[in-house]
Design a protein around this ligand. Structure first.
Ligand code: 5AD
Ligand code: SF4
Length: 488
């Protein structure tokens, strides 16, 4: 794990700050996509605020507009181009600086389209976040259009400033990239190969968050439960090379050392020890990497949530094979059973794609069957969308839009049925709820979540915010539960 020194890059924060001095400039940021992107945006906000900009929700009011894009599904593209159309006028009227970053910028056809048809000042990719202050400096001072994209994997960058969105719950990225190459997914092409952050950097960040009063940590990565896998394999290989006497004299003493915390299970156990943190979540894991040590760590660690995201994608063994998910329907269900046996009260959420190329009615029925059997607490449902450059995009048996939408609606109806059943089971139970703040729709009520991420609203005093309290669930609604607490 080579760490890059970013002192030079950070000096540009000061340089831009000097240019901006006394100008009372504002920035607006829009983040698309997953929590990893949200976490990158927190770093962008950290840098931008140190450069003297203050945040505004109103794009019309902004001197700097930043779009942090996602390319995992199609609709984000349409949204970005819509937004770029709108800010074009703003740029013409008052010279607003436009910066576009994130994983969509790793796609050449998108960057070409922006360059051809839209206004922009800075385009930056997923591997060049640390250069953002310099890119902005060059764009402002030299009035140049900057495109700063790297195709090769960026190193792990430590030490970027960060401005977090919340003061109770925080995300901590533990790894970047993905080696799985699911055939529908663009992520491995735009985020690069798997590389893990050093455990001591992660633990230091969590310790710091605990000291600042954060209670809940979400460990982030495209494939969190393969944390340190690549590094472990490299290490094993280096030992093998040594014992095979390959370049013995030159490699002796140069071998990569490996930390004691060399797996996701060990990382979970270490984070669990940090005082002050009350809840630990993680997304996204891959079913194939739920080894026994990970399952046992979840079971043993009192702070680790027993609500597990277990992306299914499809319930059909045939489709799973073409998706390159490397598990069958039966293996997935066996894993669920094993986890239920080992972890008391475990609950699941999942991701499902409908309408993958070649998906037959029977394949789709298999998906519904798994949903009925597992009774997921939460399902993120996606209509398959073709991504340029992925193997699935080249498959000839694409499913017509109409069938995809009909299947999506059928899955949604089943989900709503199951949701009702699941919600009903909460009535009368006492749940430990981390109170996050006031309800957005009713400022008189407090809001928090169950371990299973269900929103709970209740009456109570503002002093409970940030505390974990027992709440009795008294009524159910489709998307939230109502609770009561004796603690005032
Ligand atoms: N089409 C639809 N959904 C997709 N996902 C990833 N790629 C695609 C695609 N091409 C979904 C998967 C993944 C989630 C983050 O997005 O379900 O788990
Ligand atoms: Fe994409 Fe599959 Fe990697 Fe998840 S595991 S990021 S779906 S390639």
């Amino acid at each position: 794990m080579l760490k890059t020194d970013i002192k030079d890059e950070l000096t540009y924060i000061e340089k831009v700050k000097k240019i901006n001095e006394g100008k009372n400039l504002k920035y607006h940021i829009l983040t698309m996509g997953c929590q990893l992107n949200e976490n990158d945006s927190e770093k962008i906000c950290g840098m931008v605020e140190q450069m003297g900009y203050t945040k505004t929700d109103d794009v019309m009011d902004a001197d700097l507009v930043i779009y942090n894009t996602c390319c995992v599904r199609e609709n984000a593209e349409e949204r970005l181009f819509g937004k770029l159309g709108e800010v074009k006028k703003l740029k013409e009227a008052k010279g607003t600086i436009i910066a576009i970053g994130g994983c969509m910028m790793q796609e050449k056809h998108i960057v070409d389209k922006i360059k051809k048809s839209y206004s922009y000042d800075v385009i930056f990719g997923t591997h060049t976040l640390k250069n953002f202050p310099k890119d902005l400096y060059d764009a402002i001072l030299e009035r140049k259009k900057i495109t700063d994209i790297l195709d090769i994997d960026g190193e792990i960058i430590e030490g970027l400033p960060i401005k977090r969105n919340d003061n109770i719950r925080a995300s901590v990225t533990i790894m970047n990239g993905c080696n799985n190459f699911c055939t529908y997914c663009i992520v491995p092409y735009v985020r690069g190969r798997e590389r893990s952050r050093a455990p001591e950097d992660i633990l230091n960040e969590v310790r710091k968050l605990a000291q600042e009063g954060y209670k809940e940590i979400t460990l982030l990565g495209q494939n969190v439960n393969s944390y340190m896998r690549v590094e472990r394999e490299k290490f094993k290989q280096s030992i093998k090379d040594e014992s095979d006497n390959v370049e013995k004299s030159s490699s002796a003493g140069q071998r990569n050392s490996i930390n004691e915390i060399d797996s996701f299970a060990k990382l979970l156990r270490a984070v669990n020890e940090i005082p002050g943190i009350e809840k630990i979540r993680f997304i996204s894991p891959h079913p194939k990497d739920f080894t026994d040590d990970v399952i046992e760590a979840i079971r043993d660690c009192s702070k680790v949530s027993k609500f597990i995201h277990l992306p299914l994608q499809s319930g059909s063994t045939e489709v799973l094979k073409v998706m390159n998910r490397v598990y069958t329907k039966e293996q997935y269900l066996e894993l669920v059973e094993k986890m239920k046996k080992k972890i008391s009260n475990v609950k699941f959420s999942t991701d499902i794609i409908v309408g993958f190329p070649g998906e037959t009615e029977e394949d789709f029925e298999d998906t519904l069957d798994v949903v009925r059997k597992v009774k997921f607490e939460q399902i993120f449902m996606f209509i398959y969308s073709r991504r340029v450059g992925t193997p699935a995009d080249k498959m000839e048996n694409q499913i017509p839009e109409e069938i995809k939408h009909k299947r999506f609606d059928r899955l949604k109806s089943l989900y709503e049925e199951i949701l009702k059943e699941n919600n009903h089971e909460y009535i009368g139970k006492v749940e430990q709820i981390l109170i996050e703040g006031y309800s957005k729709t009713n400022k008189e009520l407090l809001t928090g979540r169950t371990d299973t991420n269900k929103v709970v609203v209740l009456e109570g005093d503002g002093s409970l915010i940030g505390k974990v309290i027992p709440v009795k669930i008294v009524s159910e609604h489709m998307w939230y539960l109502k609770g009561e607490s004796n603690i005032k």
